[in-house]
Design a protein around this ligand. Structure first.
Ligand code: AMP
Length: 213
């Protein structure tokens, strides 16, 4: 199954993508993770993306298109995949259409995880991440040992763009650029809307039901 997870930053896309990838045994494609890795390695893409990411702005569409196409052409996507954090603009959705037409890879469902904006600041500012990809929240999903990853025992950190001054920019970018995608995919007839203001397990159950899997 080929799925897009859509929703506000901090709305649970990454957490649900991790659960779904285990259930479906398909890769999770997070453009945010790919970009952070590129920044860490100091690749040309990383160098270009860093200033946008630090400011909580979206990385230009033309950089994202190349990155996504390269990732989609890898063998592990043949049985399906979950996009987490892509597309984020109408232009990216159109780029994906264009890639789909060329490669025959088409999206089955778009899961929109709906969370009220007033919860987002709390969710993002309490988020703690690990280099291994695991993500926690100091209140709703704390690690067993404070500051230490349950999965790999690595030291948890707060992403620079999860600090309060950058969060508002990210929410503004979401509202201006990403929200129109809800209508876009509703018109395509593949949107499934999920109430994201529930426990992680209940959101997951609703997603499973919504996808009919
Ligand atoms: P995320 O981990 O999905 O919250 O993404 C972190 C940051 O990476 C975003 O604030 C953007 O700067 C950048 N980013 C991730 N995915 C995209 C995308 N599809 N389009 C543009 N920028 C992106």
């Amino acid at each position: 199954m080929k799925i897009i997870l859509l929703g506000k930053p901090g709305g649970g896309k990454g957490t649900q993508a991790t659960l779904l990838k285990e259930k479906l045994d398909v890769p999770q494609i997070s453009t945010g993770d790919i970009l952070r890795e590129a920044v860490k390695k100091g690749t040309p893409l990383g160098k270009k993306a860093k200033e946008y990411m630090d400011a909580g702005k979206l990385v230009p569409d033309e950089l994202i298109k190349g990155l996504v196409e390269e990732r989609l052409l890898q063998d592990d996507t043949k049985g399906g995949f979950i996009f987490d954090g892509f597309p984020r603009t109408l232009r990216q959705a159109e780029d994906l259409e264009e890639i789909s037409e060329r490669t025959g890879i088409s999206i089955d469902k778009v899961v929109y995880i709906d969370v009220p904006t007033q919860n987002i600041v709390k969710r993002l500012s309490g988020r703690r991440s690990c280099g291994c990809g695991a993500v926690y929240h100091i209140e709703s999903k704390p690690p067993k040992r404070q500051g230490i990853c349950d999965v790999c025992s690595g030291k948890l950190y707060q992403r620079d763009d999860d600090k309060e001054d950058v969060i508002n920019n990210r929410i503004e970018q979401y509202e201006a650029q990403t929200m129109p995608l809800i209508e876009y995919y509703k018109n395509e007839g593949i949107l499934v809307t999920i109430n994201g203001d529930q426990s992680i397990n209940d959101v997951f159950k609703d997603i499973i039901k919504g996808l009919g899997i």
